[in-house]
Design a binder for this molecule. Structure first.
Ligand SMILES: [Zn+2]
Length: 274
């Protein structure tokens, strides 16, 4: 089976998306099966149908560094360089952010193709950049601060679009966690030659996020494009469902069987009041 750009356009329109839509897109190209035109066809279909398309544009693999020796934040679940020699080596091996750096491969092939072919605007967060194209792009990206990386999702007036990925890729759930005081981590990046920076409010682990699916089912529009399961969920429904689950159980959407996981630290951040 061959999936074409027209098939993707058709599917997105069947989900009710149009030129007034603002979407944050999380995607897996391979989930579709064979796409004629590859990631570029996916990007073209998204920008043809939707008004504003927001995608991750992070560069963690190139810009991230370990925590410096001795810098241990409470409940931060991160590792330190063994000594300053190792830290300096990592720092000199890293790259400081610039707008032409490729998007991390673990975010899928589509965001990097989006950057290359759709001339999106991009924020300059040293780890967690976002990119967007369309009429609301400037407004969404302007909502990101170095100390508040998920600002663009907070500013989005629209939907989460999952293209062949599960809720483990749904960063909007992290925003709900952070609103409730959970999954607020410090991480470190190269900021410029010889300089490093500490960045707060970086989200945590997501491998239990599919637990949200039953709660979101009534709000989810879903179809198949090729072999990909494609879902459109209003952002506010995602925030509401995550809030509901976490308020009922502070450990909701976290794994509780692995004390080494970032999930355990995320839960500790809530403190004894919970
Ligand atoms: Zn976990």
């Amino acid at each position: 089976m061959v999936v074409t750009r027209a098939d993707i356009v058709d599917g997105l329109r069947q989900l009710g998306l149009d030129g007034s839509s603002e979407v944050i897109v999380h995607s897996s190209l391979s989930s579709f099966g064979y796409v004629e035109g590859g990631a570029e066809a996916v990007c073209e279909a998204l920008t043809e149908v939707c008004g504003t398309v927001l995608m991750p544009g992070g560069t963690w693999d190139l810009t991230g560094v370990p925590a410096p020796p001795g810098l241990v934040r409470p409940d931060n679940a991160y590792w330190n360089a063994a000594d300053w020699a190792e830290f300096d080596e990592k720092l000199s091996g890293a790259t400081s952010f610039s707008s032409d750096l490729p998007v991390d491969r673990w975010l899928g092939r589509v965001p990097e193709m989006f950057r290359q072919t759709c001339s999106p605007l991009r924020t300059s967060h040293p780890l967690f950049a976002y990119q967007a194209a369309g009429p609301a792009a400037e407004r969404l990206l302007g909502a990101q601060r170095a100390d508040w990386p998920l600002g663009p999702i907070e500013a989005l007036d629209g939907d989460v679009l999952l293209l062949g990925v599960s809720h483990t890729s749904n960063t909007t759930i992290h925003l709900a966690e952070q609103h409730l005081g959970r999954s607020l981590f410090y991480r470190y990046a190269k900021n410029a030659d010889g300089l490093w920076i500490e960045l707060p409010n970086i989200p945590g682990e997501s491998h239990r996020f599919d637990d949200i699916e039953p709660v979101l089912r009534p709000a989810t529009k879903e179809l198949r494009i090729g072999q990909a399961r494609v879902r459109r969920i209003p952002k506010d429904a995602v925030l509401g469902a995550a809030r509901q689950l976490i308020q009922a159980d502070p450990a909701a959407l976290l794994c509780t069987d692995n004390p080494e996981c970032r999930c355990a630290a995320a839960l500790q951040q809530l403190g004894p009041v919970w």
